[in-house]
Design a protein around this ligand. Structure first.
Ligand code: ADP
Ligand code: ASP
Ligand code: MG
Length: 830
């Protein structure tokens, strides 16, 4: 005779008539002649039944009225699926049960309380109603070989409730099975999950979500070849899909992995419920009722996985956890403290989820359900009353709002670096770890964290193990020339970076100096400018709210890209960095502000564990800052930096040959967009001075902008006039400059605007200089920047970085490169 196959359908799989039809079709297609079909109550019914009991206990006035929706729901399904006398038989049974139920509820109301057996009796109706209905429907379809039989699980499964939950009495249950289950070669048994009987013969349950347990018990009793658990997801996912939308299906799990995942909160399977199947080595499939063609997840002794290299299979979380820390020098070397502590908890039925003890024995730290926190504290204060009084135990501290996050996988055992990846991912998203526990099996590592950080932590760890893409939430401030070019480059690479590097870059906010546009998931690639400026979605800018939106709790990492040139925006960096937002920018204002502010940036980065990159602030797309940093980090000693740091000024002095007034060249350049709107920003030399300061500070000089000797090309008389007036009177700059040019020419030289820093003396200067045409500063292309580093290693022949030093495209490219660098620091595989 062929062996039984067990199918279990959860509440979501039998929620309504359509669902039940789908379940019947799945069973029609199963060629195995012997099936045991275990069903849950229709979705939500158990909850409703239990709430009825609670309402009756409270004597809530509308308690009776809550029964009617249950009645209508089951009648609705019955009339959709059953016909004629089959329907009326079912309805008659249902009405009988409902009137019994009303009687029970009335009793509860009168005595204002209920016992466990009364609650179990009420809770179990859901499974009776769903299975009696489905059994009739399946037999009326007539597509199963042999008989379709309703089996009363209470005649078979006998359990005893202990502190550890329901324990199966196997001998009695086996005897029940022999009595109640027909020996037909072909039979389809429809069995209510969740319900059982106790030693006294009273109805009881197997605990919430107990239908999985039923399936596994029947798997054992029927010596089944396989158990299929049907639910509403494609299998066991690498994380709870409600928390981590990128979670992926795990094709295969060992029993141990599955139990560990279940214990630590993967709600799709339930802890201990698998035990009977595990002991007998029955393979368990987790499958989707709504997509039966999908393969699902196989749980077995040593199932083959298509991806055996995966070390960490899944990540779970348990919420509403409290962390208790018992601390005191008096515990050191005192045997039996832990035993007394956990003994006391056991006595009071408080279950401990996780324990971690430091090797110093100075403290014991453990996690319990928050619901038990109050009681635990009282129990411990009583147990250690004497020690507390003598100050041998200093404190019993209870932190209530915690969660446990666990990573699970057999492959972790003996693999170095798993913990490092876990803690690295948590650290990079700014999640603090309050306690750690690793089982000696090395099959899981658990950490206790603040509960409000759970989703962010799950996502970061999930992508840290490459189980999902690294999601980076991006906010752009200043969609001007550079900012717009950045958005275009970002969009052109997003799909590729996702496919090749598992990087999920999401532009979720754009702000100008006046307005901002926020997107929940991602900014639409076109039309954002219109929406920002005029559309209903754009709103007045509020950089604090902007930053909070970008730094969403549920996304692991946030980066603000500041493409403005605004000092006000730069003033926000310390707050952003300290809160864990990374900042990438070509804006020079922050790094050239006063030294206390500059120092504050460093401190903010330390506090927020955030990154701050600004390669494009000097030399646009040229690798200036990086080169300097590499020299410094590898121990080279920078002695002198000089160069041409303004693409605009390079352009002006390579273009101007003296035949037309300098001011005309400036106005032409302005028309082409080569200068700032107010050309004085370039001509004053301040922009170059800021860049020089940035470089000087990069090598550790504490130098202020005011200490740079700046030669301005703008005469004093024009320095402070309004921009319009300056443009009108711009010819006033010509005479002095022409004199300088002629003097240079007389010596066969050319004019260049040069910045120079002498490290030993700390002298920094910016201004016009005559150079030989053959000098590296002489023979340059139009908008070139040149930076020369004279160092201990490069002493005869300085290291030179040269190339176009202006233009939105190249500047945006450097900003983008910095953004990707941040992603790599955060663990993306670039
Ligand atoms: P059923 O109604 O079939 O008994 P449950 O609601 O008990 O189903 O369990 C399935 C649900 O478990 C899924 O809908 C999913 O939201 C949730 N879940 C949580 N963690 C995981 C995980 N790691 N893999 C799959 N599902 C999970
Ligand atoms: N109906 C029960 C519950 O909701 C058992 C189950 O669905 O597994 O807990
Ligand atoms: Mg369930």
């Amino acid at each position: 005779m062929s062996r039984f196959r067990v199918h279990k359908f959860g509440g979501s799989s039998v929620a309504d008539a359509d669902c039940m039809r789908r379940v019947a079709e799945i069973l029609d297609d199963d060629p195995s002649p012997r099936l045991a079909v275990v069903l849950s109550a229709c979705r939500g019914v158990t909850d409703t039944l239990l709430s009825l009991v609670a309402a009756a206990e409270r004597q809530a006035p509308d308690a009776a009225g809550l029964v009617e929706p249950l009645r209508l729901r089951h009648l609705g399904i019955a009339y959709a699926l059953l016909e004629g006398s089959t329907a009326s038989d079912y309805v008659a049974e249902l009405e009988r049960d409902l009137s019994d139920l009303q009687g029970i509820l009335q009793t509860i109301r009168l005595i204002r309380g209920s016992s466990r057996s009364v609650r179990d009796l009420v809770a179990g109706y859901g499974e009776i109603w769903s299975t009696r209905l489905f059994w009739r429907y399946l037999s009326s379809r007539g597509r199963r070989p042999g008989r379709v039989v309703w089996i009363d699980a209470r005649d078979i499964v006998q359990v005893e409730w202990t502190a550890l939950g329901p324990t199966v009495r196997w001998d009695e249950s086996r005897a029940g099975r022999r009595r109640a289950i027909p020996g037909d070669a072909s039979a389809t048994l429809v069995i209510p999950g969740f319900i059982a009987r106790d030693e006294k013969g009273l109805q009881t349950t197997l605990g919430r979500n107990g239908s999985d347990f039923s399936a596994s018990i029947f798997g054992d009793l029927l010596d089944a070849e396989e158990i299929h658990i049907w639910t509403d997801v494609d299998g066991v996912l690498s994380a709870d899909p409600a928390r981590v939308p990128d979670a992926t299906i795990i094709d295969a799990l060992s029993y141990q992995e599955a139990m560990e995942l279940a214990y630590f909160g993967a709600k799709v399977i339930h802890p201990q419920t698998m035990a009977p199947a595990v002991l007998k080595g029955i393979p368990i499939w987790i499958r989707n009722t709504f997509a039966p063609e999908k393969p699902g997840t196989l749980i077995g002794r040593r199932p083959d996985s298509s991806d055996p290299a995966t070390r960490v299979k899944g990540i779970t979380s348990i919420e509403r956890i409290a962390l208790v820390n018992v601390e005191g020098a008096g515990m050191i070397g005192v045997p039996g403290t832990a035993q007394r502590l956990f003994g006391a908890l056991r006595e009071h039925g408080i279950s401990v989820v996780l324990i971690s003890q430091g090797s110093s024995e100075h403290s014991i730290c453990f996690a319990i359900a928050t619901a038990d926190a109050e009681r635990t504290e009282q129990v411990l204060r009583r147990t250690f009353e004497a020690e507390l009084a003598r100050n041998q135990i200093q404190d019993i501290a209870v932190a209530r709002d915690c969660s446990i996050l666990s990573i699970v996988g057999d492959g972790m055992a003996g693999t170095p670096g798993v913990a490092a990846t876990l803690f690295g991912s948590l650290g990079s998203t700014g999640v603090n770890v309050r306690a750690v526990a690793q089982g000696s099996s090395e099959r899981s590592i658990s950490v206790v964290i603040d509960s409000r950080e759970t989703t962010r932590a799950l996502r970061s760890v999930h992508s840290g193990f490459y189980l999902s893409p690294h999601t980076i939430s991006i906010g752009l401030v200043g969609p001007g020339n550079v900012g717009s070019a950045f958005v275009a480059q970002l969009e052109s690479q997003t799909a590729r970076l996702r496919a090749d590097c598992g990087l999920d870059l999401r532009l979720r906010g754009i702000a100008t100096s006046r307005r901002m546009l926020l997107a929940d998931s991602q900014m639409a690639s076109c039309g954002w400018r219109e929406l920002l400026n005029a559309g209903p979605n754009g709103e007045a800018v509020d950089l604090e709210r902007f930053a909070a939106h970008v730094h969403a709790d549920h996304l692991p990492h946030a980066v603000i890209v500041d493409c403005s040139a605004s000092g006000d925006v730069a003033a926000c960096y310390p707050r952003w960095l300290a809160s864990g937002i990374h900042v990438v920018t070509p804006n020079k204002k922050a790094n050239s502000a006063g030294m206390p502010f500059y120092g504050g940036l460093k401190e903010a980065r330390r506090v927020g564990r955030s990154h701050y990159l600004y390669e494009a602030a000097v030399g646009a797309g040229l690798p200036v800052i990086h080169t300097l940093r590499d020299l410094r980090e590898t121990g080279d000693e920078v002695r002198r930096i000089d160069g041409l740091l303004s693409g605009t000024l390079s352009y002006l002095f390579t273009t101007w040959d003296g035949r037309e007034p300098f001011s005309k060249v400036v106005l032409d350049a302005r028309a082409k967009g080569y200068t700032e709107p107010d050309p004085r920003d370039d001509l004053s030399g301040m922009d170059v001075a800021r860049k020089l300061i940035i470089l000087a500070r990069e090598i550790g000089l504490a130098i202020e902008l005011s200490e740079v000797l700046v030669e301005s090309l703008v005469p004093d008389a024009l320095a402070c006039v309004p921009p319009g007036e300056f443009l009108e009177r711009i010819a006033e700059i010509d005479r002095a400059l022409l004199t300088r040019l002629e003097a240079a020419r007389a010596g066969g030289r050319v004019l260049r605007h040069v910045a120079a820093l002498d490290v030993a003396s700390g002298r920094a200067s910016v201004g016009l200089m005559e150079v030989e045409p053959s000098h590296p500063f002489g023979k340059i292309n139009r908008t070139d920047n040149v930076v020369r580093f004279a160092t201990a290693r490069y002493h005869d022949n300085p290291l030179v970085v040269q190339g176009p030093g202006a233009g939105p495209e190249v500047t945006a490219g450097a900003v983008f490169a910095d953004l990707l660098r941040v992603c790599a620091y955060l663990g993306a595989r670039l």
